[in-house]
Ligand binder design. Structure first.
Ligand SMILES: [Zn+2]
Length: 150
């Protein structure tokens, strides 16, 4: 069920609002998602608004550099990011939504990011969204930051 919810980092300097569907909660086996313990909710940028915290974010990248992993410089929480698999979208970390009991979250989808190329091929052949070729997530993140209030 689509619902508009707010969330943010731990210290509260980064806040966002997004329209998400908790029935489409996804988990990923890749190196960074495993370490961060992220549970994913994929949204288009039009359904995501950074309410505050633009200047509090530091962006981490690795590997291909396509994915953008912003985190709060003050508390270290990763509330959202731009994934390599769909670099024109934003992934909300469901655990950073307000009022969430993380122990009750039940992922219904899975992306085997440890075997990224195979997982991406499977995701697309199952009808998943495909971003424009060659897009870097930095462009998507810039769009989000440019229309953020502060
Ligand atoms: Zn913070």
């Amino acid at each position: 069920m689509l619902e508009t919810r707010e969330g943010g980092c731990h210290c509260g300097q980064v806040r966002f609002r997004a329209t998400v569907d908790l029935d489409l909660l996804s988990q990923c086996s890749c190196s960074i998602c495993t370490k961060k313990g992220i549970l994913h909710l994929s949204v288009f940028p039009a359904d995501f608004e950074l309410l505050r915290g633009k200047d509090a974010l530091t962006v981490y990248t690795f590997g291909t550099g396509v994915a953008q992993h912003p985190f709060c410089t003050h508390c270290g929480a990763h509330a959202f990011y731009v994934p390599r698999s769909q670099p024109d979208k934003i992934t909300v970390n469901a655990k950073c939504l307000d009022g969430i009991d993380g122990t009750t979250l039940k992922p219904t989808r899975s992306f085997d990011g440890r075997h990224w190329e195979d997982a991406q091929h499977k995701r697309i052949s199952d009808g998943g969204h495909v971003a424009a070729a060659g897009l870097n997530g930095a462009e998507t993140l810039k769009g989000i930051l440019d229309r953020a209030r502060a």
